[in-house]
Design a protein around this ligand. Structure first.
Ligand SMILES: [Fe+2]
Length: 245
């Protein structure tokens, strides 16, 4: 009897894959244009892997970051067109969409002013900031996006460990949505990032989950997550917006 009292609660997942989310809205699958997929074959492997994990829709988001990945709407859409052709040729049953992950710097303002922005599901736009220090123009950029009718989504807030939970609450009050990386919950990016992700979830500040998949190795991390009762039960019990995209 005494053993039963202290018996560890079962951690068996109540769902076994990510099909409840429906859509993934953060990945780097357009080959050869950022630090993600290196070839069409690699992209196809990753897409097959995501399908096996239960995703029915993939919105891929190559980096646009002038210092490292100087992509434009044109470079992204050209690469995406080639990927789409390959997906059709392989007859993969997946809905594929393309947008971008914009790094907030001074050049980003120019893109907002020119309304040269890749969005998904209408007006959603994915933005990221430095993992080392807060950008001085973050709130100004968000304000400009909002007045032009865009819905900013802050990518992987848990990786900005220089911020506390209150700052993210402020960003949400300012009109942003927050997207946590599923892999952060496994500890893939380290303990402080896992802990901040957990705090954000506990505070009910997380709107979306994303894979942020860069290479096939990330599939193994996601497979590991799919076998983790705590992570999967959390996904089953929270209402993320992925399925609405
Ligand atoms: Fe990303």
């Amino acid at each position: 009897m005494i053993f039963q009292l202290f018996k560890k609660k079962s951690s068996r997942p109540i769902i076994s894959d990510f099909s409840i989310l429906g859509a993934d809205m953060h990945s780097h699958l357009v080959p050869g244009i950022d630090d993600g997929s290196k070839s069409v074959e690699m992209s196809l492997d990753m897409i097959r892997g995501l399908m096996a994990l239960g995703y029915q829709k993939i919105i891929t988001t190559p980096h646009i970051r002038p210092d490292y990945f100087p992509n434009t709407t044109e470079t992204i859409m050209t690469g995406f067109g080639e990927l789409q052709k390959a997906v059709e040729k392989e007859k993969l049953d997946i809905e594929l969409e393309c947008a971008a992950e914009y790094f907030v710097d001074y050049e980003f303002r120019e893109k907002i002013d020119n309304e040269d922005l890749l969005t998904f599901s209408g007006n959603h736009i994915l933005i990221e900031i430095s993992t080392f220090s807060p950008p001085p123009n973050l709130y100004e950029s968000i304000f400009q996006l909002k007045i032009k009718g865009y819905q900013p989504i802050v990518a992987h807030p848990e990786r900005y460990t220089y911020y506390q939970v209150d700052e993210f609450r402020k960003l949400k009050d300012f009109g942003c949505l927050l997207q946590v990386n599923t892999m952060s919950l496994t500890g893939h990016y380290g303990k402080p990032i896992k802990e901040l992700a957990q705090k954000l979830l506990k505070a009910d500040l997380v709107d979306l989950l994303g894979t942020d998949m860069h290479h096939p190795g990330h599939l193994e991390v996601l497979q590991k997550a799919s076998k983790d009762g705590k992570i999967m039960n959390l996904i089953a019990n929270k209402e993320f917006r992925n399925a609405t995209l």
